[in-house]
Design a protein around this ligand. Structure first.
Ligand SMILES: Cc1ncc(COP(=O)(O)O)c(C=O)c1O
Length: 410
């Protein structure tokens, strides 16, 4: 691991799991011992040759890492301006970046003598990735998913079941990602003696945001080295990631956080409009609050309950962000942008037709922003986007609701 990246990763969180004023452990006291055990096991294992060796072996053989960086030449020429590159996390086995941290959680579960992994999922990408890691390591797997998402992301539900996971429907409230997280957490509290909660993003109480970030940092580490060699020694001017809890963003940023000349962009879902309940743009419209066991920035009503949220991308329908993202925003290290559902769908069609890559709707937020940015930026500059997942899971939904996009462009 390069010293620069290491320097940042070792600075945060503090001993109590805080990133500035965000983070901590705000879960009920009955789970504190289980979280403390997870934190100490992880600290003891993270740098051991055995842990790193198994991780490396699985990343190469099962996941297909390293994923390449690819130049979006057709789109760059069509748009004009800065050159757009993508880090192909969509080429991971199971189709998204989520498997980067799922494999690590499965390894930790085995070391801790747990026989089961529990998690929530929105788009189903985390659920499929965790079910895959559980199958590989011989663990049971229980995935909680909002009823709305079970219907929308049917193919991923089928994949989880094929891989041996039990899929539990979350039916409260909006029946989406937040409710799936509530449901998964309750299941974990009941089963914590034999199960490990393998959270789906860089959210939740300490030590989850740290573990997810560290395991995802392989993305930024690889991307940095690959970009330096393809550009003859320079770094990208802009690094772009879509944002829900922040696992793909933190993973990608980890390679560039100590580089003040690299501008980091976080792209949120503007959904149908900027009105409350019609988007999930937490950093743009939220305020400090507590969600899923951590102090962070939350989209909340006056009484502190999370607001309704909306996005065409199930994986972004979440009323909060991880605590480290909240800190980076507060210290002005992040530029925050938002992209509407309409722009997302146009980008889905555009990248599919121009590049031969069908991107996940979540990743289309980052791509749509990168295209806008490229238009306003000189051709001497470069933009590196985390293409966090592939859009296979979205094909049925898009075809049914928007057709094939033959008469659209962005
Ligand atoms: C492909 C893809 N990208 C991005 C996300 C957003 O999550 P995060 O902010 O944790 O990267 C998801 C969540 O399901 C996803 O499936």
């Amino acid at each position: 691991m390069p010293q620069d990246e290491r320097a940042y990763l070792m600075r945060y969180p503090d001993v109590n799991g805080y990133y500035g004023r965000f983070g901590g452990n705000h879960y009920p006291p009955e789970v504190w011992p289980a979280l403390a055990e997870l934190a100490s096991t992880y600290q003891a294992l993270r740098d051991t040759p055995d842990f790193q060796h198994v991780l490396e072996k699985v990343r190469i053989g099962l996941q297909g890492r390293p994923t390449p960086i690819h130049y979006l030449e057709n789109t760059t020429q069509e748009v004009g301006g800065a050159r757009i590159f993508v880090k192909r996390e969509d080429l991971n086995h199971t189709g998204a970046h989520k498997i980067n941290h799922c494999v690590g959680f499965a390894l930790l579960a085995r070391k801790m003598g747990k026989r089961k992994l529990i998690a929530e999922t929105g788009a189903g990408q985390h659920g499929v990735a965790l079910a895959t890691a559980a199958a590989y390591f011989g663990l049971e797997c229980e995935i909680h998913m909002g009823e709305v998402d079970i219907e929308k992301q049917r193919s991923n539900v089928g994949r989880m079941r094929l891989l041996g996971a039990q899929v539990v429907a979350a039916t409260a409230g909006q029946s989406a990602l937040k409710e799936a997280s509530d449901s998964a957490f309750n299941a974990y509290v009941e089963q914590r003696d034999h199960a490990l909660y393998a959270i789906g993003s860089a959210i939740g109480p300490h030590p989850f945001p740290m573990i997810v970030r560290d395991l995802q940092s392989v993305v930024g580490r690889e991307a940095r080295g690959q970009f330096l060699s393809l550009s003859g020694g320079s770094l990208p001017d802009h690094v772009v990631a879509c944002l829900a809890g922040g696992s793909n963003a933190m993973g990608m940023y980890a390679g560039f956080l100590d580089e003040p000349n690299v501008i980091l962009h976080a792209v949120e879902p503007l959904g149908k409009s900027d009105q409350p309940g019609e988007h999930a743009a937490t950093l743009s419209f939220g305020s400090p609050g507590t969600l899923h066991g951590a102090q962070s920035v939350v989209l909340q009503n006056e009484d502190g309950t999370p607001t309704l949220v909306s996005s065409v991308a199930s994986g972004l329908v979440y009323p909060g962000v991880g605590p480290e993202i909240a800190m980076l925003h507060e210290v002005d290290r992040l530029n925050v942008a938002s992209i509407s559902d309409e722009q997302v769908i146009s980008t889905f069609f555009r990248i599919s037709k121009a590049e031969g890559i069908i991107p996940a709707l979540e990743s289309c937020h980052a791509l749509a922003f990168a295209i806008e940015l490229a238009r306003q930026t000189p051709s001497s500059e470069s933009i590196l986007v985390n293409l966090s997942g592939r859009g296979d899971k979205d094909v049925d939904y898009v075809l049914t609701n928007y057709g094939t996009g033959d008469s659209r462009s962005s």
